[in-house]
Design a binder for this molecule. Structure first.
Ligand SMILES: Nc1nc2c(ncn2[C@@H]2O[C@H](COP(=O)(O)OP(=O)(O)OP(=O)(O)O)[C@@H](O)[C@H]2O)c(=O)[nH]1
Length: 300
């Protein structure tokens, strides 16, 4: 690469839940843009964080996780994941250092291997701060066996270990090209989508295991309050499938929902740079994951 050439393109991280993908994206991007909400199996929208460098621009696309499809939603998510893989320039397969390489990783690797000839795949051992060097080495060896990687690299998003190395490896796989986004621009998602993500993130906080696939948030309206230029009214519906799930979100005497609202409001205010009033309602959309009409209405 000559000194005046510029590279740009797209990367995405894949891996089983909790592999550290969101944290890694945030650490690379350096700002909380990829809203750690990008939880596989619950994320429908692609959220990008952008790594700006003088010689390159790396756009990180966060995809929902690939999983064995059991519902229509599951199938659509998997299609979305594969579409994303086909569109990016490089994929990072994340496997945490502190957990054995298992069937979940191999399932993803098998799917990735099918696209690896077109899209290079970098094997990433994450969370190296949690284990000894010896264990990191063993994990690298174990990972090497699941598929053929373009590169293998151990990193820790927590203490910053090898993040620059990873960024270099990712950038190295990008084609030469001009900047895709202006400097400083961190995401190209429409604001309403980001707002919905923030609300869902707040709602899932602490109950992710109980409600992994079952909630969706739709922002119905986002308007400046009449006669005020310092306040935006946000009306949003949070859909769950069952009464029991509604109870989980609500919490004892609605305390949990109140907390969800406070957390989400703070994040949304930061995103929009304005005070907001958040009007949040819980609705039950029975079995929405299986119903194509409901799915469409919720934006799938
Ligand atoms: N010690 C340590 N913990 C980490 C590191 N990276 C992520 N974690 C933790 O691992 C957990 C999962 O991290 P996430 O970034 O949410 O993982 P993810 O792959 O995006 O998770 P899903 O979206 O649920 O698939 C969180 O509790 C993180 O704080 C790391 O480098 N070191």
């Amino acid at each position: 690469m000559t000194s005046d050439s510029h590279r740009s393109g797209f990367a995405c991280f894949v891996g089983r839940p909790n592999a550290g993908k969101s944290t890694l994206t945030n650490a690379l991007v350096g700002t909380k843009v990829a809203i750690t909400s990008s939880k596989p199996q619950t994320t429908r929208h692609t959220i990008r964080g952008i790594v700006h460098r003088p010689e390159a621009q790396l756009v990180i696309v966060d995809t929902p996780g690939l999983h064995r499809p059991r519902t229509l939603l599951g199938q659509r998510l998997n299609d979305l994941v594969k579409e994303t893989w086909a569109e990016v320039d490089v994929v990072g397969l994340c496997v945490p250092a502190d957990q054995k390489v298992g069937p979940g990783d191999r399932f993803i690797a098998n799917e990735l291997a099918k696209i690896a000839r077109k899209t290079p795949v970098i094997g990433i051992v994450t969370k190296t701060d949690l284990v000894s060097q010896q264990q990191v080495a063993e994990q690298l060896l174990a990972l090497q066996k699941v598929m053929e990687f373009a590169e293998l690299v151990p990193v820790s998003a927590k203490d910053g270990y090898q993040l620059e190395v990873l960024a270099d490896l990712l950038v190295g796989k990008l084609p030469e090209g001009p900047r895709l986004y202006p400097d400083g621009e961190l995401t190209d998602e429409p604001e309403a989508t980001l707002v919905a993500e923030l609300i869902r993130e707040a709602a899932l906080e602490g109950v992710r295991d109980e409600l992994p696939h079952s909630i969706a948030v739709v922002v119905e309206e986002m308007l400046p309050r009449e006669g005020r230029d310092d306040l935006i009214d946000v009306h949003a519906n949070l859909f769950v499938e069952r009464t029991s799930q509604k109870a989980i979100i609500l919490g004892h005497r609605g305390e949990r929902l109140k907390q969800v609202g406070i957390t989400a409001r703070r994040q949304i205010e930061r995103l929009l740079g304005s005070k907001i009033y958040l009007d949040l309602h819980i609705k039950i959309a029975k079995d929405w994951q299986r119903d194509p009409k409901q799915l469409r209405r919720l934006g799938f």
